[in-house]
Design a protein around this ligand. Structure first.
Ligand SMILES: NC(=O)c1ccc[n+]([C@@H]2O[C@H](COP(=O)([O-])OP(=O)(O)OC[C@H]3O[C@@H](n4cnc5c(N)ncnc54)[C@H](OP(=O)(O)O)[C@@H]3O)[C@@H](O)[C@H]2O)c1
Length: 331
């Protein structure tokens, strides 16, 4: 059987290096399952991997994509753990393919009752927001957090989870007119432009309270201003660098306010966690999606055959949310 896979044979710009390759797909052997892609999400880290700048790169040629879910279409002899129709996470190294056969035990099960677009993006961004809110500062209801890129998928999850935990959030975005309404509907308390003087404005809006936790995925001037806003002994966690600049630290806040800077990488957390810890967290994340606490916005959906256009849309600034790639392969 012939299938299509969106692959790159060298690193570079997605528009230059991505191609739709035709591959052969066999029948599932003993112990294997045949899984077809149903939905995948594109991330800034996909672009970093294809471009060769991410912290972990793949052997080439590589299938593009990192996160998605598929449907079990067939199982080989002896497979008990999976049944036809089950939803599973696509293996991280084989996401943007029509279908694949792999060991049934290696597929992570995913709940089939969640909307497929939310289910396909449950494994990276929601856990990142979850871990950063839980692991760095002992936050109590009523405490404040601050974040930049608040309209990103991680930012939207942090807003929802903060509200769920009784925390208040200050949310910095580039386009306030576009995002203030949607982010407040998700539970944001304050939405401000990530510009010159946000740190002068928010005190009046928080009754003078300062944030104990900062979430930085931008870098550059944005994080310097964020550090200046922090409460004494506050912690700023850097987990992304959208401006590609160094994170610099204003000395007075280090000395006089004891603000500290930490880093977070979901991959590292996953490698160090036990299977039980990963399973418990993922179960909780799925519950939070089911409750609507995590409900990330979507900018557009593209078929796998239009994967290159999907990557172009994912690279564009001022998106309305995540770009989804769908698959409709059947036997
Ligand atoms: N460390 C980890 O384990 C980990 C895990 C997941 C995600 N991340 C990182 O978290 C960040 C958010 O990821 P995501 O998937 O949630 O993002 P996303 O939904 O794709 O949104 C991207 C965000 O970045 C903003 N942005 C892009 N370029 C920018 C620039 N030059 N200056 C300022 N803002 C810019 C966008 O703002 P506009 O809407 O205004 O364009 C948008 O808010 C990324 O940096 C990603 O790499 C890290």
């Amino acid at each position: 059987m012939e299938i299509k896979a969106l692959r790159y044979h060298e690193t570079g710009k997605p528009a230059d290096v991505l191609q739709l390759d035709t591959l052969e797909l066999g029948q599932p052997g003993p112990g294997e399952a045949l899984v077809a892609l149903r939905a995948a999400v594109l991330h800034p880290s996909d672009l970093g991997m294809i471009g060769g700048s991410y912290g972990r790169l793949r052997d080439l040629p590589a299938v593009a994509g990192r996160e998605g879910v598929g449907e079990v279409l067939a199982v080989g002899e002896g497979v008990k753990r999976l049944s036809i129709g089950d939803r599973v996470r696509m293996p991280e190294e084989s996401v943007l393919v029509d279908a694949l056969c792999a060991n049934a035990d290696d597929f992570e099960k995913a709940p089939a009752d969640l909307p497929v677009e939310q289910a396909c993006m449950a494994f990276i961004n929601p856990p990142t927001a979850y871990r950063i809110l839980k692991d760095f500062v002992d936050l109590k209801p009523g405490d404040w957090i601050i974040q930049n890129a608040a309209n990103s998928a991680v930012g939207q999850c942090a807003i929802g989870l903060a509200k769920e935990l009784g925390l208040h959030s200050i949310n910095l975005v580039r386009d306030v007119a576009k995002w203030e309404g949607p982010l407040k509907a998700m539970g944001a308390d304050v939405v401000l432009a990530d510009g010159e003087d946000f740190f002068k404005q928010f005190g009046a809006l928080t009754g003078g309270a300062k944030p104990k936790l900062g979430l930085n995925s931008i870098g550059g001037d944005s994080v310097i201003k964020m550090i200046r806003c922090m409460a004494e002994s506050g912690v700023v966690v850097t987990f992304g660098g959208m401006v590609g600049d160094k994170v610099r630290f204003p000395t007075r806040n280090l000395i006089f306010d004891d603000v500290s800077l930490r880093g977070f990488w979901m991959d590292r957390w996953g490698r160090n966690a036990t299977a039980e810890q990963r399973g418990e967290m993922q179960h909780e994340i799925h519950e939070l999606i089911r409750k609507g606490v995590f409900n990330m916005t979507i900018a557009g959906k593209y078929a796998l055959a239009d994967g290159k256009q999907a990557f172009e849309a994912a690279q564009a600034g001022s998106r309305d949310g995540k770009v989804i790639v769908t698959g409709d392969f059947t036997l």
